[in-house]
Design a protein around this ligand. Sequence first.
Ligand code: B12
Length: 214
Amino acid sequence: MTIHAVYEDYVAALSSGNRRQALVVARSALAEGIDIRDLYLDVFQPAMHEVGRLWEMNKMTVAQEHLATAITQSVMAQLYNHVFANPSLGRTLVATCIGGELHELGIRMVADFFEIEGWDVYYLGANVPASDVVATVTGRKADLLAISITLNTHVPLARDLIRALRDAPAGKNVKVMVGGQPVNRAPEIYRAMGADLTAPNAREAVRRAMEAVR
Ligand code: B12
């Protein structure tokens, strides 16, 4: 079975709101030898982007879109035995959304890719005050902070968080990576935000982080 066929089956399961079928599609793909990372990036991610497109075109209701998101989250949670597959590398990542950013699937994927690689990952989710993010990063002696933004309006919040981290004595040398859809549309903004690096997707995020944090 090609990855594209898996994608089509998965979109069909999401469109009909069939969680059981979505899980069957994902599990069958893994059983056929498809790598969990390909399943994330070539099936779940484009399927969620397609859901957004259908929603924008009024071809999917808000309820269907919420259902599709909940299904993908629950499928990802069922596959965690494929994520905790490698021994610890002794590298620590703190991953977070920013402010009222509710789009959390992208950063969860990023966090899972680091976990697969053997990083110790602390994923904070949405709505975490900047001071708490800074305290977690310094308290956990993190090597890297990953910040995810989906809405353009959250770009300044990420910049403020990076400033707050740099103002903390133990946060000066922690590497900071930013990413998400606004950064993908204009990758160079990561510098103006005060970050050290960016990446367009979860796979590239791990690759670049492994180079930056040695
Ligand atoms: C699901 C969804 C929601 C859910 C989110 C639930 C949840 N628990 O995550 C809910 C219903 C809450 C929601 C709400 C809204 N949404 Co919405 N949503 C989506 C949808 C359909 C899918 C998002 C998703 O899961 N994508 C899949 C992930 C895996 O892809 P990704 O985010 O691109 O992540 C990858 C890369 O970007 C990158 N990356 C991401 N973060 C990071 C971080 C680092 C450090 C790095 C290196 C890389 C990286 O790596 C990731 C993995 O490879 C998108 C459509 C889309 N195009 O994404 C719309 C979309 C993002 N939403 C949109 C909008 C407008 C909204 C609302 C404002 C709607 C409203 N009027 O209420 C609200 C805002 C809520 C808020 N305050 O955040 C628009 C945004 C338009 C824009 N340009 O700003 C989109 C694009 C839909 C559309 N076509 O119009 N949404």
